[in-house]
Design a protein. Sequence first.
Length: 133
Amino acid sequence: TISTEEEINILFVGRIYRQKNLHRVIEAIELLNNQKYNLKYNVVGSIIDKEYFEKLKQSNFFNYLGEKNKEEVLSIMNDNDLFIMPSENETFGLVYVEAITQNLPILFTENEGIDQYFPKNKYGVAVNAYDVN
């Protein structure tokens, strides 16, 4: 079980725009934090949709780390507990594999991208990209 007292760091690495679903991840984190969890959402990447980004950063647990090079991203991955990117219409997504190589569990979109490349629940969990639960 996860202690509600310890901070849980969730990571996103990628281009920041609506189809990457950061807003739904924020909704899910809010639901969990309202149940006394302490989740923080660390985000790395280039801002593609500035208006969307402005809405995201209104959340008090949204932590934008900026754009980073590959070495910096690998270091950041080691400081996080979970990689999450439940994108709409995801391609393979090499960043998932990079997270796995850093022993970071992943949450990814079911029936998209890397889903079914690995044994079920071995490296992470496939989720419905449209359901915050």
